[in-house]
Design a protein around this ligand. Sequence first.
Ligand code: NAG
Ligand code: NAG
Ligand code: NAG
Ligand code: NAG
Ligand code: NAG
Ligand code: NAG
Ligand code: NAG
Ligand code: NAG
Ligand code: NAG
Ligand code: NAG
Ligand code: NAG
Ligand code: NAG
Length: 757
Amino acid sequence: MSVVVVAQLVLLAAAAFPAILASTGLGGLDSLVRRRIPQHASSFQFRLINGTGDSFTLSDTPHAGQNGGVTVECTTVSACARGLYTYVTEYGNVDIWWTGSRLHELPTPLPKVGKVVNGASIVPWRYHFNTVTFGYTTAFWDFEKWELLLDWLALRGVNLPLAWVGYEAILFDVFHEVGLDDDEIFDFLAGPAFLPWNRFGNMQGSWGGILPKKWIDDQFALQKNRLLPRMLELGMTPILPSFTGFVPRAFHNHYPNAQTVNGSSWSGFPDTYTKDTFLEPFDPLFSQMQTSFIAKQQAAYGNISHFYTLDQYNEINPFSGNLTYLSNISSSTVASLRAADPEAIWVLQGWLFFSSSSFWTNDRIQAYLGGVEDNDSMLILDLYSEAQPQWNRTSSYYGKPWVWCELHDYGGNMGIQGNLPAITQGPINALRTNGSTMAGMGLTMEGQEPGNEIVYDVLLDQAWSETPLDIQGYVKEWTKRRYNTEILPAKVEQAWDILGSTVYNNSNPNAQATIKSIFELAPNADPTKLVGLGGHHPTLIPYDTNTTILAALNLLVDSSKALPSLRHSPEFTFDVTDLTRQVLANHFINLYTNLIAVWNSTSTSPQDVAHAGLPLIQILQDLDTLLYTNENYLLSTWIKGARAWGKGNETYEAFLEYNARNQITLWGPTGEINDYASKQWAGVVGGYYAKRWEAFVEILVGQKASGVVYNASETKETMLNIGELWGWRRWGESEGEVWGTKGDTWEVVGKVLERWT
Ligand SMILES: *[C@@H]1O[C@H](CO)[C@@H](O)[C@H](O)[C@H]1NC(C)=O
Ligand SMILES: *[C@@H]1O[C@H](CO)[C@@H](O)[C@H](O)[C@H]1NC(C)=O
Ligand SMILES: *[C@@H]1O[C@H](CO)[C@@H](O)[C@H](O)[C@H]1NC(C)=O
Ligand SMILES: *[C@@H]1O[C@H](CO)[C@@H](O)[C@H](O)[C@H]1NC(C)=O
Ligand SMILES: *[C@@H]1O[C@H](CO)[C@@H](O)[C@H](O)[C@H]1NC(C)=O
Ligand SMILES: *[C@@H]1O[C@H](CO)[C@@H](O)[C@H](O)[C@H]1NC(C)=O
Ligand SMILES: *[C@@H]1O[C@H](CO)[C@@H](O)[C@H](O)[C@H]1NC(C)=O
Ligand SMILES: *[C@@H]1O[C@H](CO)[C@@H](O)[C@H](O)[C@H]1NC(C)=O
Ligand SMILES: *[C@@H]1O[C@H](CO)[C@@H](O)[C@H](O)[C@H]1NC(C)=O
Ligand SMILES: *[C@@H]1O[C@H](CO)[C@@H](O)[C@H](O)[C@H]1NC(C)=O
Ligand SMILES: *[C@@H]1O[C@H](CO)[C@@H](O)[C@H](O)[C@H]1NC(C)=O
Ligand SMILES: *[C@@H]1O[C@H](CO)[C@@H](O)[C@H](O)[C@H]1NC(C)=O
């Protein structure tokens, strides 16, 4: 299909939505320029013009004076932000990264554009966030961290972010209003690091202490005073929470005749923490509580958005698969939203159709979506479009608009990988498919760690290009501005050619979302057990683990010897650290394989096993030392961020720290979803994973000596006990934890490469 047809689709999709409620003033962009590019604070002029969709023109300001000036005209605030981004990246060779903003390095005088540059988005919506990112990544963020991400999003043209923060404040009031008391409500709410799954109705309650009311109040203040105003001034329409139907257990006592069902058990949690009670949307109380929720939210934040996130069946199946029942649920749900806000649009995170695909047969999906008559009152996030799209088996969700989303990451895991062809060609093909109702593109990573940034940039840039981006050319330009070099050294280019054609050209269908390193999993003598979550969380590495990353790393290290200024680039240093991290993680596989072979051989002694075990511990300690050199890899950042919300209240701080540690290790109170959100951070690798492997080697040595047959469940128990101790550990008690970075990256990289390659 031709490009012309694509443009028509875009217009149709854009026209289908009601007016955007985001701010139409450009003051927010002036503030962004002052914040990030203070030396050019008055050199950028933004002007809104009439027009459809999101488009901009970029040109030199006439008579701008000797330092130059740039004018951006746009049809929306978001398009102006994107126009500014086009200028700073393509003409200024600077960018804003997850590792920090380098926009202040924009040269003076400003580089000339020399012509009029046009840009337009190919979709009305550019989306960001996964409900669980609010647990895995932003749970403890202060506004400074949020500010960097929101600027990052705005410049890339994102205009539809999910905005969950502070949800519990309004929910609390709604529960109070229907007669529940504090204790009954707190019995339901999860701890700060686990709220997303409480919001999803997967779990209820908090272990290690109840959720402090102070937390709820502080998060609400962050949302109301900082996040929502900032999103609006940056031209974004926030997707707000709504009443989902999940209620405290005690609801049943207050309303014995209310139509409720209890969900199934989620992820092996004990009943105390799962089987949430769900108020059926066709019960009149549901609509009453929805109206109350939305009215309170409007009173708190103003009438700022018609988009509402609402998921009832994320990883829990409906009470019945009866088609009439399913369409009744959705029609009642949308009716409740529309009763509260006549222009409401229900945003559904479409993970369920993939994760529970055996329940969600096509006729059930059609019945559920069909319960919502008006197609434009729903927007569906096709959550894992790069590998497991569902839009194509549902004829574009039977007419409902949907967003092409890149998932890419589970639990904030850090393996280097990506599939650039899938995220360039995929969305364009989807948009061109006959009958496509694709209305947006976005990022739905579960957790956001600073590695692999290229795969996220590519998707958001693709949203402004009608043809698939040329990957090789893209990677080159991207690298040039990432390292802020005028001319890209040949070896740097070669290094990224290797990465671009291997790790970022990964088409293995079983290793698309995450590649986990085996050392992050509870040790086991059976290598087939070293996969996360029964195979959903693969450790399979689809490239040559001995050579690929190492070759790219050596090229980067060499080029920094020839051009030492590269080492002043924080992103260059980060990438070298990240590649070294992955080299060590991959080499660990060889060490493990050797250990198991030695242990399993009939001709070896306990001493041989102990000897084969030593390098596993050594390499983890070296990795820990490496990670300590870079501020992006510190456990202390996560812990400090959590404790900061306690503001000196020791009990509260300890609770926050416990939540923070628990999430990245055991997850549930006793190892439910163990290691799912594992992190290669300084303090975790040396203080936790190395300890577990040490204990494991001891078990193997002991069994070799005694001749006892290997007992995997005994090993598992030992590992969980270590996890429990570590989860409970208090700040500063674990060895080697410091508040900040220590050591020099280049020195450490030199040493570890010498030792391990
Ligand atoms: C945009 O269009 C509206 C109505 O068509 C008109 O009133 C307004 O003056 C136009 N604004 C600009 C800047 O052209
Ligand atoms: C749901 O769980 C609540 C609390 O555990 C219980 O009181 C109620 O009877 C259950 N409801 C159903 C329908 O099983
Ligand atoms: C928001 O909209 C509702 C109707 O949906 C209206 O009753 C209310 O007054 C509005 N609030 C504000 C602050 O404009
Ligand atoms: C589904 O539920 C409806 C209404 O309760 C009922 O009439 C119908 O027979 C059910 N269908 C099946 C296949 O059980
Ligand atoms: C949904 O089901 C409830 C309970 O069976 C029933 O009272 C209601 O009329 C149904 N609503 C629709 C729209 O079918
Ligand atoms: C949808 O696309 C995916 C990925 O390309 C493919 O694996 C799957 O078979 C397709 N499904 C259908 C029903 O075409
Ligand atoms: C929704 O879209 C589907 C598929 O294009 C179409 O058949 C249906 O008529 C639409 N519904 C409405 C109410 O427009
Ligand atoms: C696209 O679909 C429509 C109806 O769904 C059909 O009339 C038309 O022929 C199709 N076009 C192509 C190029 O397949
Ligand atoms: C990426 O992999 C595909 C095969 O999956 C291959 O055809 C293509 O040439 C590769 N691209 C690069 C840049 O190596
Ligand atoms: C241990 O050796 C036996 C016998 O050679 C073999 O069957 C088994 O797969 C080996 N186990 C592991 C974990 O390597
Ligand atoms: C990596 O090298 C080791 C030897 O050091 C070898 O045993 C292993 O098979 C190699 N792995 C791959 C994927 O080639
Ligand atoms: C400290 O926090 C705990 C737990 O949230 C709370 O119960 C207690 O009242 C707080 N103490 C003070 C002095 O605020």
